[in-house]
Unconditional design. Structure first.
Length: 198
């Protein structure tokens, strides 16, 4: 992934479980179908309860094309279906850090191998290939499922940003921050590899 100024060039990442492709127009309708579940979007800042899917998709498609973010459509290799999506956000090449977020998976893929496989690829690319210093995550304080996933991942909880964001429904969200640094990665990677049977 070439880094120029504040831009990031999208890249395809894959293993035997998932293939992560940067958002393209061909992903719109399959992702709309995969994400046709209001529960998936309860805490999302752009597409709450799946009422404004196109606003979500258009935003991340434009940000990916511009190199400011990189939104990935996550394909399940076994079924060939689109399982969900995950993004590189808040990309900061000068300080060698970025966030992984806006992640969601259709219910048939929740609790399976898609998420740990995608996280293994996304984090590994940042810390091993790019040799950056920090991967960040943030979640809505109310999102118990994501909080549990962060703990299972082994990310380090760093604290609460109170009244951090205003969601489309007017709720003022407090966000919990997590990170993984290069020193954490061997432990986190071993945990992911164990979940993937590697």
């Amino acid at each position: 992934m070439a880094i120029m100024a504040a831009l990031i060039t999208p890249v395809v990442l894959e293993d035997r479980f998932v293939r992560l492709e940067p958002f393209a127009e061909r992903h719109r309708e399959p992702l709309r179908e995969a994400g046709n579940d209001p529960d998936l979007w309860r805490f999302h800042g752009l597409n709450q309860y799946n009422r404004t899917f196109d606003r979500y998709f258009d935003h991340y498609l434009a940000e990916t094309e511009a190199g400011r973010d990189c939104a990935f459509a996550v394909h399940d290799v076994t079924s060939g279906a689109l399982a969900g999506a995950s993004n590189y956000l808040a990309i900061n090449p000068a300080n060698k850090r970025l966030e992984i977020g806006s992640t969601w998976y259709a219910k048939p893929f929740q609790g399976g191998l898609a998420n740990p496989a995608a996280k293994r690829l996304l984090i590994g690319h940042v810390l091993e290939t790019l040799k950056w210093n920090r991967v960040e995550f943030k979640l809505d304080q109310r999102n118990a499922r994501s909080w549990s996933a962060m703990k299972k991942l082994g990310a380090v909880e760093e604290g609460l940003h109170r009244d951090h964001m205003i969601l489309p429904d007017g709720h003022i969200r407090s966000s919990v921050w997590f990170s993984i640094l290069p020193a954490d990665w061997p432990r986190v990677k071993a945990g992911l590899d164990a979940r993937l049977g590697d």
